[in-house]
Ligand binder design. Structure first.
Ligand code: OGA
Ligand code: NI
Length: 337
């Protein structure tokens, strides 16, 4: 528990165990606002909408969604209640603190504090969402409105994620309902709140290292900049748009699309004076789910680019490769592309 950054107040310098090797430090150069990720309006003519989503997922792997139908008040309440959670006295948070990644509701710090060679400047609260009745009892009881507010959002954001997957399904030419019904592909819903406290020297450390998400699709709430996306060898800053939702494609969807959509690398930088809190929603397959390029996409002219494997197997290599800073998809590729 004392490892949590949010319980260490008044840090005057970055502890050695958080200082990154010089080649991965963000340094002091600001990411230039050359280009930003696409902004997509969900309330528009479907054919145009699907085109915009597919193009954004091909070129950037990321976009920001506006007019998405999730009430602004709900978004504000989710962010507020999450910040309040991280500001609670240490004893109220201690019951959730755990080094066991299998816990349904878990408060932890960095990524894998016990094993990693260098720590990242983030605390995280992670819990399962769907089905809500099964999991909500394990979520924080403090702040008192946490379960109600985050519960309502969790239902809405999962619905929105499945709707986006339906649009992507049509855009890719997969059979209708590919991501719905009996499928194990979207069985797991993880809600993960990230808290990046102020950092005495943001040039030396990162909130999260360069990584791609492993799941199908991630929807993120942010109020402040700090998220960087890699595009053509350059970092782009994801500028906050009030009440917008940042959407990105994970490795699993990249594989299903046979490489048509990309999961882009991203990282999080910290601020010297301000704390940043984000709320992520991740749709993932079950462990036993077989992941492979969708069969309808495979033709002589579009041979499979990836092997078939279970999600459990993939998760294990994703973790080890990410530590060793190797791109985890490499070992599943059948061809260079
Ligand atoms: C993540 C992530 C970005 C952010 O949780 O995988 O990339 O800005 N978060 O918190
Ligand atoms: Ni991520």
């Amino acid at each position: 528990m004392e490892k949590l950054l949010s319980t260490k107040t008044d840090l005057k310098f970055v502890p050695d165990s958080y200082i990154l090797p010089s080649d991965t430090r963000p340094g002091t150069t600001k990411v230039p606002p050359l280009e930003t990720i696409p902004v997509i309006d969900l309330k528009q003519e479907p054919t145009k909408l699907i085109h915009q989503i597919i193009d954004a997922c091909k070129d950037f792997g990321f976009f920001q969604l506006i007019n998405h139908g999730v009430e602004e008040k709900l978004i504000q309440d989710v962010l507020a209640v999450t910040k309040e959670f991280f500001e609670l006295p240490a004893e109220d948070k201690a019951i959730f603190f755990s080094d066991d990644p299998k816990k349904i509701c878990r408060l932890y710090t960095s990524i894998d504090y016990l094993k990693e060679p260098v720590h990242y400047w983030r605390d995280a609260l992670r819990h399962l969402g769907h089905p809500l009745e099964k999991h909500i009892q394990f979520w924080p009881h403090k702040p008192p409105q946490y379960q109600e507010v985050v519960g309502r959002y969790s239902v809405e954001v999962r619905k929105l994620s499945l709707y986006l997957l339906d649009l992507i399904c049509t855009g890719l030419g997969l059979e209708p309902g590919y991501f719905r019904g009996e499928t194990e592909l979207t069985e797991v819903h993880v809600m993960s709140a990230n808290h990046y406290p102020p950092c005495p020297d943001p040039s030396l450390t990162l909130g999260l290292p360069k990584h791609c998400d492993v799941n199908l699709i991630t929807l993120l709430l942010q109020e402040m900049d700090g998220l960087h996306v890699m595009k053509d060898g350059q970092w782009l800053s994801v500028e906050p748009i009030p009440n917008a939702i940042v959407v990105n494609i994970g490795h699993t969807l990249q594989i299903i699309s046979n490489g048509k959509l990309k999961s882009a690398e991203h990282r999080v930088v910290t601020h010297q004076k301000l704390a940043r809190t984000t709320v992520g929603s991740f749709l993932l397959p079950s462990y036993s789910c077989q992941i492979e390029p969708a069969k309808v996409l495979i033709k002589d002219s579009n041979p499979p680019l990836f092997k078939s494997f279970t999600f459990k197997d993939f998760l294990a290599t994703y973790m080890t490769d990410t530590y060793e800073r190797k791109p985890p998809l490499e070992r599943y590729k059948l061809q260079v592309y």
